[in-house]
Design a protein around this ligand. Sequence first.
Ligand code: CA
Length: 218
Amino acid sequence: MRILVVEDDEMIGESVVDFLESEDYAVDWVTDGQSAILALRTTPFSLVILDLGLPGLDGLQVLREVRSRNDATPILVTTARDTVDDRVQGLDSGADDYLIKPYDLDELSARIRALLRRSAGRADPVITRGLLTIAPATREVAYDGKPVILSSKEYALLTALAERPGVVWSRNQLEEKLYNWDNTVGSNAIEVHIHHLRKKLADNAIKTVRGVGYILET
Ligand code: CA
């Protein structure tokens, strides 16, 4: 899952980015509203963490621009403004959730999981697909009842495939989910991760659709 952090405060931005990377998300960070709009026009993100008080275009303007394009990416607004009016205005401008600064990183993490679950149309906090189960809250994975230990990228790749069952993912789409702008991605990186996942789960757990991409076998 790839997350865009929009935050002009260096210290908060760094701590949020470090924390999200430790939770196996691919993270990009911009510090102003214009860059946020550009990023969202060019890159598919699973979720945005948006500060309201930004230099230039503020967070509310970013929200309105994104929603006016009918972009439904989940947006979690964070702000030091904590009047009811501010919260109402944020939600009415298209925010999906709200956190008042200073906030706890574990709460941020839980709210992200809830938003991702909702945007995938899933009520159950555990993802179950055939023999596979994934518990995002603990990042525990099991296949055919047995626990499976995955690397951070393997976990991210498997979650992407499992979150949208029946969808064939191209290599390019998977790279965009797993790597941020700073990463140089080797041309066979996805193939290597798929190979490892098949070894750890089962040979037929992930199908190759020739010339198109990969799909989870359910
Ligand atoms: Ca700010």
